[in-house]
Design a protein around this ligand. Structure first.
Ligand code: GLY
Length: 569
């Protein structure tokens, strides 16, 4: 194959510091740059951080496949992107193998064995979101390490080679970006409040761009995982350190919870869109596995293309579709190992057609009138990465701590942040969580249950061949961003970079508000308001990563909204 690399939009944001190469990787953690797009032919990685993407590509160059590269990238993110990259959280992996097999790995956190339905209610039944969103009582049993080992079954290289770059980055440190310095500074008070052992993230006088972050304790934890496998996390010294942290901070995760944690390989959700496309995505506990098929089916027979990208008609249709689907999410969706979820019905053509009868092309819907369908009888800091390798394997992984820096608690002596994923349950049915999402009984807390998620890692095939690998962080906006990105490329013939960077919008049934990014066109906003929409401008929606494979060319794009970086060769 001819080697072709075209790099665009490369932004150098770091000043040179003493150069010290990572022993194994020849990656310079003291001088690196953001690359927003790459065109290549062998393989590509796109993730939330330049160093993590470089680590992934290095693994591909060493002969690793997409799984190997994804594992190394995920582990590197746990070091260089502490706000969301993690070993103390959980996530989902969706993959389409070169041999045609689809894979879905669920390493979502789960409620500890001592969790109960009303654990975040006070004596008067009022919700205590300070407990569900901060500190270790908000922490679900972490799944990330179990997920990595479940992925490694499909890899080719020894795990110890995949984890070594992360160990080196933690041990020797890396320089932080402007963004990382800013967010670390924003969370200084939280780090002090929610930790009894002062973590490395606390810095007197605050952080500045180009400071070096060294994480020795995290490096030791990673070494235990390298040397002992998953047991290096779920048992032994790391488990002891987690449980000791729980004891200090009133958390409830036990040794038993950790030892019993299992990642689960599930059947991927696979559905067709129009004649040429097949979409592979994550099943429950990802709400994306229900909402994405619903939304795509709802638009399938509509003349969306003729409406034009971000036209009033197109945004109206897509918003109503989002509203209808999120109404169902609130009522029906939860961990199907615990509650009965009518997935087949919710995603059937008949049900979807029936729901579309509520769509009025001339008028905004009203969430008071639009309830869930009747059937007989999920700070948005998550992170996404995509890898495509030269064998034709596609992998799409979204992983999360839930809020930025999760619970803000770092396991004393172990150096990693714990998630605050318990807030993704409906802590009281009908009461909105931190994303304003309302959930019902189906997503109530129960011991060992997985909380509903919005993470929607996806692969799109065109004529049965890999075409798009897509996903994003963004809490409840994840599914709508994945939906819009796929639609923008498939229906509006947009380039992956335009689809990723175009202004996004979001509706989630309740609150009955159409959220738009600041560059969403003003004239469209005004027309939509005339139709009855209440519109609110909000901060950036997601950080979408896309790899497009077409005519032997790989185009990888990282979202403009962060330090996201595409690398390839
Ligand atoms: N914590 C965000 C999600 O899983 O949807």
């Amino acid at each position: 194959m001819i080697k072709k690399i075209t790099a665009c939009s490369t932004i150098f944001f770091l000043v040179a510091a003493p150069v010290l190469m990572l022993a194994q990787t020849a990656i310079n953690p003291y001088k690196y740059s953001v690359r927003k797009k790459i065109e290549c032919t062998h393989g590509a990685v796109v993730s939330a951080h330049p160093l993590a993407s470089q680590v992934g590509v290095q693994i591909l160059k060493k002969g690793g496949n997409a799984f190997d590269a994804a594992i190394a990238t995920q582990l590197a993110l746990a070091v260089v992107y502490p706000g969301a990259g993690n070993i103390g959280g959980g996530g989902f992996t969706v993959a389409h193998l070169a041999n045609g097999k689809n894979i879905a790995i669920d390493f979502r956190e789960k409620a500890p064995g001592n969790a109960n339905r009303d654990m975040y209610l006070d004596a008067n039944g009022n919700v205590q979101t300070n407990l569900s969103q901060n500190g270790t009582l908000s922490t679900g049993v972490p799944g990330t390490i179990a997920g990595l080992f479940a992925e490694s079954k499909y890899g080719k290289l020894p795990f110890k080679e995949l984890i070594q770059p992360a160990i080196d980055l933690a041990e020797k440190g890396y320089v932080i970006s402007e963004r990382e310095a800013r967010t670390l500074n924003e969370y200084q008070k939280d780090f002090m409040k929610y930790n009894s052992v002062t973590p490395v993230f606390v810095k007197k006088g605050g952080w500045k761009t180009g400071d070096t972050l060294v994480q020795k304790e995290l490096a030791k934890t990673l070494i235990r995982i390298r040397d002992n496998g998953a047991k290096g996390f779920y048992e032994g010294e790391t488990a002891d350190l987690i449980v000791n942290e729980m004891k200090r901070s009133k958390g409830i995760i036990t040794h038993e919870d950790l030892k019993n944690y299992q990642a689960i390989e599930r059947d991927a959700v696979v559905f067709n869109y129009k004649r040429d496309y097949t979409i592979v995505t994550m099943p429950l506990p990802s709400s994306g596995g229900v909402l994405l098929p619903q939304m795509m089916k709802m638009i399938e027979n509509q003349p969306l293309k003729s409406f034009g990208f971000e036209s009033v008609k197109a945004v109206h249709l897509m918003t109503e579709v989002e509203r209808l689907s999120y109404a169902d999410r609130a009522k029906y969706l939860g961990d199907k190992d615990f509650v009965k979820v009518p997935v087949k019905t919710l995603t059937s053509d008949e049900y979807v057609a029936e729901r579309m009868k509520l769509y009025n092309p001339d008028k905004a819907g009203n969430s008071k009138d639009i309830q869930s369908g009747i059937i007989q009888k999920e700070s948005e800091e998550t992170t996404h990465l995509n890898v495509y390798d030269n064998e034709g394997n596609c992998i799409s992984i979204t992983t999360t701590l839930n809020g930025e820096y999760g619970s803000a608690t770092v396991v004393g002596g172990a150096g990693f942040l714990l998630n605050n994923e318990m807030d993704d349950f409906s802590i009281k049915p009908g009461v909105p969580n931190m994303y304003g999402a309302v959930g019902g009984e189906a997503n109530a807390i129960a011991a060992n249950k997985r909380m509903l998620s919005s993470m929607t890692p996806s692969v799109v095939l065109k004529n049965e061949k890999p075409y798009l690998i897509v996903g994003t962080p963004g809490g409840t906006t994840i599914t709508t961003s994945v939906f819009q990105t796929i639609v923008d490329i498939i229906e509006f013939d947009m380039s992956p970079e335009d689809a990723v960077n175009a202004p996004k919008f979001h509706h989630q049934w309740l609150p009955d508000i159409l959220f738009v990014e600041k560059d969403f066109p003003m004239n469209v906003r005004e027309e939509l308001q005339k139709m009855g929409y209440q519109i609110k401008q909000r901060e950036a929606i997601g950080r979408t990563e896309v790899i497009k494979i077409s005519d032997g060319k790989i185009i990888a794009v990282g979202d403009k909204r962060g330090d996201d970086t595409a690398e390839g060769f």
